[in-house]
Every structure is written in C-alpha cells, then in structure tokens.
Design a protein around this ligand. Structure first.
Ligand code: ADP
Length: 662
C-alpha cells in the first residue's frame, strides 16, 4: 500500500498550530472530544442498521486503553467508521462553517489559551497533548481500512490497510508529562475515570477500561432534575450542540398519558453564526425509548425556535420512523406546539426573574423569534409578550416607572400537571443566582433602552390609540428620521424597528392589545393632538404643490404636513403602498413588485418651503426653481437613507448652489 503525505487545509493548519502551542490548562478535554466523536459514530451506525441489518454492531461500545510504557492512550469505538475519502474530508479539513470565525476570535483574543476550552475544537484538541496521533478506521460494511497519522506539523500521512477492525480507534502518543503546564499523565487510570465521569457520564454507550464500565449511561432527560448536577447538563449540552458557551436556560418536560415523551431543551446564550442561513444545522435530537433515531429533527420545533437545542425521547414512535413520516405525524405536531409554548413561557419567566439573561436572549435571538409572528399561529400573543423594541422614549422619568410597576414577580409554578418542568427551579447552569443589579427602569421595561409592548401601551398618551413605529435599516437612520419630528416634539413614543423581519410582521399582526400598529412613515400623520394644515394654507399652496408634482416625476403626490418641525421635507408611503424597505425585501426574495410611489410632504413652516412658494409665485419660469425642487426632494430621500437616482447630478447641483452662498 502506498503512503501518501498530504497537507492540512489552511484553516485546519491554523487550528492545529493553536493546539500544539496551547497553554490551556484543562488539556484533558481531548478525552471528552474523542469520546464524543466515538459516541456520535456509534449513533450513526445504529441508525444505519435500522435499514440495513448487516451493519448492526455486536456490543456497541467505546474502549479506552492506556499504555504507561509506550505513553499512549487509545480511544476505540465500533461505530460507523470512515472511508479514505471521509478521513481526508472530515479530519484533514475543517468543514464546520463556524470555525473560521472561532479561529479569528481565538487569534485576536489575548487570552486565547483560556478561550480554547470554550470552543468546540473537536478532534484537533488531541494535539494539545500529543506528539503524534494515529487514527485507524474502517467504515462499517467496507473491506479496507485507513491509517492516518500526523504529528500536528501541518501534514499528515494516509494509507489504506487491510487489518483495521470496523469502527475507529485514535491512538494518542502523549508528550512527556509537564504538570506545571497542565499536561498531566493521561495514562493513569484514576485520572481517566475521573475525566470520563465528569465529562461523559451520560454517554449512552458503555465506556470501558479493562473490565470496568466507567459511565452510568443514564439518559439525562430521564433523571429527576434534583439528581443531576449542573455540570452534567452543561457537558451534555456541549455534546449535542457543539457550543462551548453555557446555555442560558434548561427546560425539562415529561408528558404522560396517551402519548408519552420526555424532552430536555437548552436555550443557548449565543446565536450560531449561521442562524439565518438556509442550510444551517438546527433542530432537536429525536430518541425513541432511549435509542437515538435522528439528529437535526426540525419537525420538533417551529422554525422560529430553530436555535433551541436538545433531545426529545418519545415512547410510542416506531424505531424506523423516517423524516417524511415525522412531518405528518399528528403526535409530533402536538409535541412541537407544546415545546414551543414551553420555550416561550420560559423566556417570559426569564424576563421577569432574570432580566439580564432575558436581554441576552433577545439580543441573540429576537430577530429569529419574530419570524414566528408571520405564520399566524397561536403563538403570536406569546411572542409579542416576550418581544422588546428600541424606542424613542427614555425611561428615566419616574412616571414611566410608576406606570407599570405592578409586576407580580415570581408567580410560582403554573405548569400543567403533566408538565413536570424544572424550568422554575432553573438555576443557571453555572449555579449563579439571578443577578439583581438591575435598576427600577430595567425592571419595568426590557432594559437596555428597549421596551416591551405592554410597557409601551402603559405609557401611551391620553387619546393615543395606536402603537407608532418607524422601520428602517439601522438604528441611527430611523432614530434621526424626519418622520419622527412631530412625534418627538409632542412626546409620542415611537418604536424603532430595524430588523428586516419587522416591517413584515407589523403588517401581519396588525395590532397588540387592540391597539393598531401604525408606521410613522406611511399615510398622513393623525396625531390626536395635532392640527391639520389649515384649509386656507392648503389653498394658498395648491399651485406650487401641483407644479412640484409635475417637476418631480418620481413622486405620486406633494402635500403639506404638520409632522415636520425641523426638516423642510420628508417622503412617506401611501397607507396601502409598500415602503421602500418592504419593496427592497420582496425584490431580494425574487418577487416582482411595482416600485413604491412615494408622497413628498412639505413643512410650510420651513423657510425653504415658504421661500420656494414665494419664488414660484413671482417667477414660475425660472429654471433654477426646478433645481431647487430637485434638491429638496433629494435631501428628503437622503434623510431617510434612500438612494438618489442620479447622485452625481445631485452633488453638482448642490455644489453649484453652495458656491453661490459664499
Ligand atoms: P465534530 O465532531 O465537532 O464534527 P471533529 O473535528 O471532532 O468535529 O470531527 C470531525 C468529523 O470527523 C466528525 O464530524 C465525524 O464525521 C468524523 N469523526 C471524528 N471521529 C470519528 C469517529 N470516532 N468515528 C467516525 N467518524 C469520526
């Protein structure tokens, strides 16, 4: 057999280098990583055997062998194994799309050594302790095996071999012991036992060393909350999620009755980088009576909760259930609805009791959760209740505090009887209690300058019956938009919505607590305390307005407004028309929509507007007037972050005018 020497892919090389030079003190995690991979491989083989009986493993297990004299540690499994191509693909490169990002953070971080433990570096973690690593593998059902070897210097060797048993073994040739730098003697049996117990007790296959089985194999979700240490949940979470940050919260559900299932869910503390990518991983693991069936089962939770991690173990499903059947199964749909409800309720509890965690949740996942408002499901209300938004209001005023201080705080466990949830007993997995450094304002609002809808409604002014919002691309853009001027001047609070999904859901949801959502950039302003432009004035402006309408072909209408107090002009959309953001979004989605025709609104109090009127009355034929109109329109467009059709022309006109003022 020929031995081939190959180079690791560039990213993999960088990661290797980090590992080789790591001074991270918890080096024993490499054992956990190897066991985790072995366990996954056994799961995959068991699943494959459901449809091909010949692939079934005798006595599926993981074996650990230590050789003190040779200074090697071997982790062996009789799982699915790998073909030669798979070894090259899976071990020689880093496929996980998050790794580039991880690497960047690791390299940028000054204390990268400490950070390593927080990331799922997987197989490569062996190079923290190894001089050389030998991997021997044979894919279940195949004839030939593969031998792979590397000392972590950027290249590896690979050859096919006849004498590999089915499954995979990884032999780590350990570097000399260096206790001072956290490199302990990993051939010592007591140490290995301790590491397995601490990190891998829940693994559902026996982990053997000699005749002894080191792990209890108890399914974590089947054990009462009180008997499971936080550390165990954390390790389990890492195992299933590959997220090395501790979860924000843990939800345990046991449903009894005609359709029994148990679920253990984790709400992550960090959004995966691929949250908005179509092909992103997501979904829960499905077990049937403790047997792993499917990973990434998206059927078990609605899409807007795709970031939730965990396990569902259903008692009454057939072992060979397929994804197609899952999608139609009535029980699965019930589970899905139930889990979604539970997750939302848990977030609501966080909001009340652990505002800091809630804020993290909303910052990381709010934009996704809001997608749930689009499909018209029964969760709409629950989602609106846990949503929070940036706003023009500041909460420093005591009045705002008073308005909503009737918080009942912890209202005890109100879950259904079959819902032996532990979420109320939820301690942070790190054992910390709720940080209560929040200010009064934080408690009544969502904090960080965000407000809940309930708090917004509680602060609504006398006579106000709408929830005002301004939607756009960025906080800065909407916050300073001319559309807000009158609202600000008269003390009407406006929600500032900047997630792409926002404009769509406000359209779909329409109202909260019987108060309609109203865009401040759509239709005419109708602030309760607002006077309309007087008829006299409108009449006097009629000629110049209709002239403007003619000159500015792009706009549908030109009219006076009272919404502006500072700016001369702004653009608004028709009540029924698309806003520019919506138009852009539909276009991006490949839909052909008519381009939104806008209305130019003018502030008659502004000298530019009154001056233009006077000038028009005096010398309607002056070509410079049309240019002024163009400039006026252009500035309105720019103020809302829009795109000029002819920016160069605009710049020339403006420079021309400016030079005349000097
Ligand atoms: P991760 O486990 O996070 O995907 P690793 O670097 O640990 O990343 O492993 C990369 C891939 O190599 C795994 O996803 C798996 O497909 C394959 N692999 C690793 N160890 C084994 C094993 N013991 N048996 C079969 N495949 C394995």
């Amino acid at each position: 057999m020929t031995t081939e020497t190959r180079e690791f892919q560039a990213e993999a090389r960088q990661l290797l280098e980090l590992m080789v030079h790591s001074i991270y003190s918890t080096k024993e995690i490499f054992i956990r990583e190897l066991i985790s991979n072995a366990s996954d491989a056994l799961d995959k083989r068991r699943y494959a055997a459901l449809t091909d009986d010949s692939l079934k493993a005798d006595d599926p297990h993981i074996a650990i062998e230590a050789d003190k004299d040779a200074r090697t540690l071997t982790v062996r499994d009789n799982g699915i194994g790998m073909t030669r191509d798979e070894v090259v693909e899976l071990i020689g490169t880093i496929a996980r799309s998050g790794t580039a990002e991880t690497l960047r953070r690791l390299r940028e971080s000054k204390e990268s050594a400490e950070l390593i433990g927080q990331f799922g570096v997987g197989f490569y973690s062996v190079f923290m302790v190894a001089e050389k690593v030998t991997l021997l593998t044979r894919k279940a059902g195949e004839e030939t095996g593969v031998r792979w070897e590397s000392n972590g210097d950027g290249t590896y060797t690979i050859e096919t071999t006849g004498d590999a048993p089915e499954g995979t073994s990884v032999t780590v040739h350990l570097r000399p012991v260096d206790d001072e730098n956290g490199l302990h003697d990993y051939t010592e049996e007591w140490r290995i036992r301790e590491v397995v117990k601490r990190f891998s007790d829940f693994i559902s296959f026996p982990i053997r060393m000699g005749d002894a089985t080191l792990n209890s194999m108890k399914a974590l979700w089947a054990r009462p909350r009180s008997e499971v240490a936080d550390e165990e949940y954390r390790e389990f979470y890492r195992h299933i999620s590959h997220d090395w940050t501790d979860p924000l919260d843990i939800i345990q559900i046991r449903a009894e009755g005609t359709f029994e299932y148990e679920a253990l869910l984790f709400i992550p503390a960090r959004a995966p980088h691929d949250l908005f990518q179509r092909d992103a991983r997501g979904g829960l693991q499905l077990y049937v009576k403790r047997v792993f069936i499917l990973e990434d089962s998206r059927e078990l939770l609605p899409g807007y909760l795709r970031f939730v991690q965990g396990v569902v173990d259903a008692a009454d499903l057939p072992l060979n259930i397929s994804r197609e059947i899952l999608q139609q199964d009535r029980h699965i749909q019930l589970i899905r609805r139930r889990l979604a409800k539970k997750v939302l309720a848990t977030v609501k509890t966080l909001m009340k009791n652990e505002p800091e965690k809630y804020r993290t949740f909303w910052r990381e996942f709010g934009a996704v959760v809001k997608e749930g408002l689009l499909d018209g499901t029964d969760s709409q209300k629950a989602i609106l209740d846990i949503a929070s938004f940036a706003t023009t209001a500041s909460f420093a005023s005591p009045a705002a505090d008073e308005a909503t201080s009737g918080d009942e705080a912890t209202s005890g466990d109100t879950t259904a009887p079959d819902d032996t949830t532990a979420s109320d007993a939820t301690t942070a997995p790190d054992g910390s209690s709720a940080p209560d450094g929040s200010t009064a304002a934080d408690e009544v609002t969502a904090g960080n300058g965000l407000t809940t809808l309930a708090d917004y409604v509680a602060r609504m002014k006398e006579g106000q019956d709408k929830i005002y919002f301004m939607a756009g691309d960025s906080r800065a853009q909407v916050q300073n938009s001319p559309h807000l001027e009158a609202f600000k001047a008269q003390g009407y609070e406006v929600l500032l919505l900047t997630d792409p999904v926002d404009e769509i859901w406000v359209d779909a949801v329409r109202s909260y607590d019987d108060k309609e959502f109203q865009s401040v950039a759509r239709g005419a302003v109708d602030l309760p305390s607002e006077e309309k432009p007087s008829e006299e004035r409108t009449g006097a402006y009629a000629p110049v307005l209709s002239w403007l309408n003619e000159v500015l072909g792009e706009v549908k209408e030109v009219r006076l407004t009272t919404r502006l107090t500072v700016s001369p002009a702004c653009l608004v959309s028709d009540m029924s028309g698309l806003t520019p953001a919506l138009e852009k979004m539909y276009r991006a989605m490949g839909q052909d929509v008519p381009s939104a025709q806008r209305i130019l609104e003018l502030n008659p109090e502004h000298p530019l507007v009154s001056g233009l009127k006077a000038a028009y009355e005096e010398r309607a034929d002056d070509p410079a007037l049309a240019e002024t109109a163009e400039l006026l329109y252009g500035t309105a467009l720019l103020a809302e972050g829009g795109d000029l059709t002819d920016p160069a022309r605009f710049a020339t006109l403006l420079a021309d005018r400016l030079s005349k003022t000097l």
